[in-house]
Design a protein around this ligand. Structure first.
Ligand SMILES: NC(=O)c1ccc[n+]([C@@H]2O[C@H](COP(=O)([O-])OP(=O)(O)OC[C@H]3O[C@@H](n4cnc5c(N)ncnc54)[C@H](OP(=O)(O)O)[C@@H]3O)[C@@H](O)[C@H]2O)c1
Length: 321
């Protein structure tokens, strides 16, 4: 198939393009060019912030357009300007309105769509994704993939890599972890998600799909992380109230403990009912393989991790206990 990936130079989009090339498709990636697409893909430089930014891609018809955008204006202009037989939009579990229950299905309520073309802050992310979904679905045959946390090699956020990395590089015999060890966790390996998205595109599958890994809990993830790191360090569960007193946050950002959210209303956030995707062919490698490979990637990381505790944070917390 003749595939256009809008994006294709960053984490998931790059892997989608790589996977499509490996499956024998012709692939064009289009972005501003802050990073390279995979070898073998054609590259077209575009700026989707401009109203006519897609002009270099018009005047032809694509078999499938895959879009990873966040800004509704980017997606509204893409469906307006690009002719395609089929579209796949990569959305997010953030589209849902409520995260208090685990494993929500695709018919759970979503947020109201963002009317504006541009998010005014990251708080608009879920509503922006809903607006993008609606624009793509209104344009013709399409699949929407609501992804959960994407892990594996190239996870610049560090959320999937932090725990294996921390167990591989403890500052002492113990590793600081939240005592909320039953927190529900799930993640999907970027390679499994990308391969499945290409498969959906090739078969022109329509519909809305949740996509993440099986539900597990923080304790199980920590066990796998310590094992793949070959670490003898022991988890040191710290009461959530104590973490708060010490200025340690959750999920993402400086001085945080990832894969955990300190809010009962977000307890189901990481998990999704994925029966529909699995019936449509989504398969997942074991978490052990994802964490082994993301640890190898973490050891070569060139940008700062955007979550977790630095060695200084870790020592400060352990000393304070
Ligand atoms: N990471 C997660 O855990 C997670 C979880 C759920 C859902 N998701 C979704 O999964 C997807 C991740 O995709 P990704 O890793 O490929 O995305 P990404 O990191 O958001 O990259 C965005 C892509 O779009 C391009 N781009 C950004 N602004 C542009 C502009 N103004 N004009 C043209 N191109 C532009 C970027 O390249 P340039 O900068 O070179 O232009 C890049 O190729 C997103 O849809 C995200 O919402 C992620």
């Amino acid at each position: 198939m003749e595939l256009l990936v809008l994006g294709g130079t960053a984490f998931l989009g790059h892997e989608i393009a790589r996977s499509a090339l490996a499956q024998g498709h012709r692939v064009t990636c289009a972005a501003r060019g802050s990073a390279e697409p995979p070898a073998g893909a054609a590259f077209v430089r575009i700026d989707r912030d401009e109203d006519d930014g897609l002009a270099p891609l018009t005047g032809r018809r694509w078999d499938v357009v895959i879009d990873v955008a966040r800004q509704p204006g980017h997606v509204r202009r893409a469906v307006r300007d690009l002719a395609a037989d089929h579209r796949v939009f990569v959305s997010s579990g953030n589209a849902y309105a409520d995260f208090s229950s685990i494993e929500q299905a695709e018919d759970a309520a979503t947020l109201a769509p963002l009317a504006a073309d541009t998010m005014s802050s990251d708080d608009d992310y879920g509503a922006a994704k809903v607006a993008c979904e609606q624009a793509v679905l209104a344009a013709g045959p399409a699949a929407v993939v609501r992804s959960g946390l994407i892990g594996g090699p190239g996870d610049w956020s560090g959320r999937s890599g932090y725990w294996p990395w921390r167990f591989a590089h403890p500052v002492g015999p113990e590793v600081v972890v939240p005592d909320d060890l039953r927190f529900p966790c799930a993640m999907i390996d970027v390679r499994d998600l990308a391969a499945w998205i290409v498969d959906l595109a090739g078969r022109r599958v329509e519909g809305t799909f949740n996509a993440t890994g099986p539900t597990t809990d923080l304790e199980s993830v920590l066990e796998v992380a310590a094992r793949v790191a070959g670490s003898s360090a022991r988890p040191r569960p710290v009461p959530v109230e104590r973490l708060r007193e010490l200025g340690i946050g959750d999920w993402m950002g400086p001085a945080t403990l990832p894969l955990w959210i300190d809010d009962p209303d977000w307890r189901g956030f990481a998990t999704m009912d994925t029966r529909r995707a699995r019936a449509e062919g989504l398969t997942m490698r074991p978490l052990e393989e994802t964490l082994t490979d993301v640890l190898a990637w973490e050891e070569t990381r060139t940008q700062p991790r955007r979550c977790g505790l630095t060695d200084d944070d870790e020592r400060r917390v352990l000393t304070a206990l």
